[in-house]
Design a protein around this ligand. Structure first.
Ligand code: SAH
Length: 193
């Protein structure tokens, strides 16, 4: 198949992702941060996530990763499009439910509220599920051994190393309420984990 199908999908999904996040990012920036846990590890993980988000776009626009290309096939392309679409839907839902309580890193904002409604009724980390699904979609869509899995590797690392500290922060902030919330919800996969 012509790799431009994959390039068009990556371009469109990246634009949708930015369009979903932009207004929430702007709104949250208007609410003061009262506690931050942004340590050195967080900075490294965030930088890695940002860089790896742009790697597929570099693949779209330039030939720098051409040496690692492989032929595009319809089944992974279609599977990837489904993952991207579901991931983007979940990303939009979780941003809407989290509202101004969202932060790009580990932070507690002024008048921070524990969100337990909407998609957060079932999952404690739906936005991370969304980003993992989205990154899996990219890995399937991009027929390149470097640009394909780059975001999935970075997101898996970020989520694996952040879940523990984030839940400890929420527990310190919301005490028994978060304990009860944690007891009745799963982390990333509904009904499983
Ligand atoms: N882990 C969540 C949120 C990601 S954004 C998810 O994947 O959907 C990260 C910030 O969200 C954290 O710094 C924390 O302040 C905030 N947060 C996480 N879970 C929350 C919840 N249930 N209610 C309110 N804020 C939450």
């Amino acid at each position: 198949m012509n790799p431009w199908f994959a390039k068009a999908v990556i371009l469109a999904s990246s634009i949708v992702m930015v369009i979903i996040r932009a207004p929430h990012g702007q709104r949250s920036r208007g609410v003061k941060v009262v506690r931050s846990r942004r340590g050195a590890l967080e900075m490294v993980l965030l930088t890695l996530a940002w860089v790896s988000f742009f790697v597929p776009l570099v693949w779209v626009a330039t030939p720098v990763f051409a040496f690692a290309d492989y032929p595009l096939r319809p089944v992974p392309l279609l599977g990837g499009i489904v993952c991207l679409a579901v991931g983007l839907w979940l990303f939009k839902r979780s941003h809407a439910d989290l509202g101004t309580n969202w932060s790009v890193t580990l932070e507690v904002r002024e008048k921070h509220q524990l969100v337990t409604h909407g998609i957060y009724r079932t999952l404690r980390h739906p936005m991370y599920s969304a980003l993992l699904l989205y990154s899996l979609g990219q890995a399937l869509v991009v027929p390149n051994w470097i640009a394909g899995p780059s975001y999935a590797v970075a997101m898996s690392l970020l989520v694996a190393l952040r879940l523990g500290p984030e839940e400890r922060m929420m527990l310190e902030e919301f005490g028994k309420d978060y304990e009860a919330y944690r007891a009745r919800t799963k982390r990333l996969v509904p009904g499983i984990w």
